[in-house]
Design a protein around this ligand. Structure first.
Ligand SMILES: Nc1ncnc2c1ncn2[C@@H]1O[C@H](COP(=O)(O)OP(=O)(O)OP(=O)(O)O)[C@@H](O)[C@H]1O
Ligand SMILES: [Mg+2]
Length: 241
């Protein structure tokens, strides 16, 4: 992908592959182009050249709504629930954007049926984020930061999602809540593909199977997460930290 904001060339031939059933980390310094990569995949910052394929279909050139409906859920940086709406209303809007909200429940209870994907109805989502169930009638503004993040993830899952993209999901959360969100994401592993941006390397590398590093809009490293987690010297070479 090549992406511009006006005349600024932000993403330079960025190529990546996100595999079903895996957690892929997208790493890099502030301003490297990580959020822009998500926006380009999602059609929010359309690519000037290059192609994005999802589940065998060409999605570059589609609108963000069409891309969401194809099965990609985005949790943007800073969460952003709809203020003034309850948790239940926030979840319903997520489902609507994918046309999956109140559709017939898939009989499938486990595994990832190819093609149809997993239908994320409320019960299924509550099994990963049990705290949300008690908060359905609560105004989203009144939730704690951790609860808001769980609702934001749940909202992105509503419908027929096969790829979940999380932009700094642990940012600003207390350690105990980080652990809770981490566990939920760890349970989701294998159910769907996850692409995650995160600056806390110990955390994200523990979650990820593979990692991409962006440096000023170029992919500077690709490989398994494990060596970056264990070998601090290698990590310094690849990530300057
Ligand atoms: N809408 C925009 N218009 C112009 N420039 C932008 C816009 N959004 C981002 N940029 C610029 O594009 C570059 C990449 O930004 P991006 O948000 O993708 O970085 P990032 O890797 O997500 O950084 P961070 O870790 O700080 O979130 C930065 O130089 C940023 O200033
Ligand atoms: Mg960002």
């Amino acid at each position: 992908m090549n992406t511009f904001y006006g005349k600024s060339h932000i993403l330079h031939d960025v190529g990546m592959e996100v595999r079903a059933g895996e957690v892929t980390a997208l790493l890099g310094r502030n301003g490297a182009g990580k959020s822009s990569t998500f926006k380009s995949i999602m059609g929010l910052a359309p690519t000037a050249s290059g192609t994005v394929r999802f589940d065998g279909k060409l999605i570059s050139g589609l609108t963000p709504e069409q891309i969401a409906r194809a099965g990609i859920g985005l949790v943007p940086q800073g969460r952003r629930l709809f203020p003034g709406l309850t948790v239940a209303e926030n979840l319903r809007l997520g489902g609507l954007s994918r046309g999956g909200g109140k559709a017939a429940r898939a009989p499938n209870t486990g595994g990832n049926a190819s093609g149809a994907g997993v239908h994320w109805d409320q019960e299924r989502i509550f099994s990963y984020f049990p705290r949300i169930r008690d908060k359905l009638g609560t105004n989203a503004d009144l939730l704690s930061g951790g609860e808001q993040q769980m609702v934001a993830i749940a909202r992105a899952l509503s419908g027929n999602v096969k790829l979940l993209m999380l932009d700094e999901p642990f940012e600003g959360l207390a350690p105990a809540v980080v652990e809770e969100v981490f566990k939920s994401l760890d349970q989701l592993r294998g159910e769907i593909a996850i692409l995650v941006i995160e600056h806390d390397l110990d955390l994200v590398l523990a979650l990820a199977d593979r990692a991409y590093v962006l440096d000023r809009g170029h992919v500077s490293h690709t490989g398994p997460a494990e060596p970056l987690l264990r070998d601090i010297e290698f990590r310094k070479q690849v990530l300057w930290m």
